[in-house]
Structure formats: C-alpha cells, structure tokens
Design a protein around this ligand. Structure first.
Ligand code: ZN
Length: 112
C-alpha cells in the first residue's frame, strides 16, 4: 500500500515536486490545490495513515512537524500576519491523502 501512496512517492523523491524544506524526517512543499495565498504541506517520511494512527513513539515526530511549520511560516513571511497549522483527520475531517500531513495556511493579510 505504501508503494502506491502519492506522499510516499513525493517524500522519496520519485516526483518532480519542489521541496521548500527537507531534513531527515520531514519535507515541505506547496499544496497543488491551495486554499490560501500560502498553503504548504509538511509531510513525514514515515507512512502513518492519520492522526488516529499515531503512537506514543510518534510524539517527537509530531512536535518536529509543528516546529517545522513554524519555521516555514517564518520563511514564507506569514509568521507575523498569522497562520494556521492544521491536520485533517480521515475523510469526514477533510483528509484526502491518507499519509499524515500538516497544512500551513496563511498570507491573507500580509499587506497590513
Ligand atoms: Zn505514504
């Protein structure tokens, strides 16, 4: 199943996706269907289906994703105007790719 996962393919460099950030645990790239002026995704290498599937061992990874989102917000210039970091969980929660990822949304009021 993981072999057919689009996010596994992306994080493993099997697509031409441009990474905004990359380290040994996560990558970040722009959402191809943006819902905000800045809409990026922070995706771990580890294939975890959703927040529902997190285990105690994953706590550090989740904290790392949040800290990466914060840093990316700064890089994208939306840290002062404000932004959202959010997880959609399962279909009813708006999740469409079942490889855990966090959305960074912002940039609505950058000019103020
Ligand atoms: Zn995956």
């Amino acid at each position: 199943m993981a072999e057919e996962c689009i996010f596994c393919n992306i994080v493993n460099g099997k697509t031409d996706t441009q990474f905004l950030y990359r380290d040994d645990r996560v990558v970040a790239f722009a959402d191809i269907h943006p819902h905000a002026p800045v809409h990026d995704l922070i995706v771990p290498f580890q294939h975890i289906r959703s927040v529902n599937d997190l285990q105690s061992l994953d706590q550090e990874l989740m904290a790392h994703m949040v800290m990466t989102g914060r840093e990316l917000a700064r890089q994208r210039g939306v840290d002062q105007s404000g932004y959202k970091l959010l997880f959609n969980v399962e279909w009813g929660g708006g999740q469409r790719i079942f490889h855990i990822h966090m959305h960074l949304l912002g940039g609505w009021d950058k000019e103020k």
